[in-house]
Design a protein around this ligand. Structure first.
Ligand code: FES
Length: 120
C-alpha cells in the first residue's frame, strides 16, 4: 500500500490533527511552534512581542520578508512586487505566505529586520 502525505486542506477536511513544527529565528535565537496549517508569520505573532510586523497577512504589503535557511515549506503565490523570482530561488519569501513542512530555520530580512532585531 502506498502512503500519501496529506495537504493541510485535506487534514482540515478529515479532522486530522495538524503537525507542529519548531521555527527558529536565527537573528534573535527565538523559537516558536508553528502548526502546518498556519503561516510562519501567524506563529511568529504568538511570540507576543513588539517588533513583529503584522501587516496585511496576505502577501500584499511585503513587510514580513524572511529567508528560509533550512527546512521544508510550502510557499503560496506571492507578489513579484515584493519577492522576485531570484529571491524566491534563494529562499526569500513572505512569512505570511509560507506554511512549514518541517522544522525551519529563518532569518529576517527587508523591512522586518530592523524591527525584529532591535534590542527589546
Ligand atoms: S504581512 Fe503583508 S506581505 Fe506579509
Amino acid at each position: 500500500m502506498q502512503s500519501k502525505r496529506r495537504t493541510p486542506r485535506e487534514h482540515r477536511r478529515v479532522g486530522v490533527c495538524a503537525m507542529k513544527y519548531q521555527i527558529v529565528i536565527e537573528d534573535t535565537g527565538e523559537q516558536y511552534p508553528c502548526d502546518e496549517r498556519e503561516s510562519v508569520l501567524e506563529g511568529m505573532a504568538r511570540l507576543g512581542r513588539r517588533g513583529i510586523p503584522l501587516g496585511c497577512r496576505g502577501g500584499g504589503c511585503g513587510v514580513c520578508k524572511v529567508r528560509i535557511l533550512s527546512g521544508e515549506y510550502v510557499a503560496k503565490v506571492m507578489s513579484r512586487a515584493h519577492v522576485s523570482a531570484a529571491e524566491l530561488a534563494d529562499g526569500i519569501v513572505l512569512a505570511c505566505r509560507v506554511l512549514p513542512g518541517s522544522d525551519l530555520s529563518v532569518e529576517v530580512t527587508g523591512k522586518m529586520k530592523k524591527s525584529v532585531c532591535r534590542p527589546l
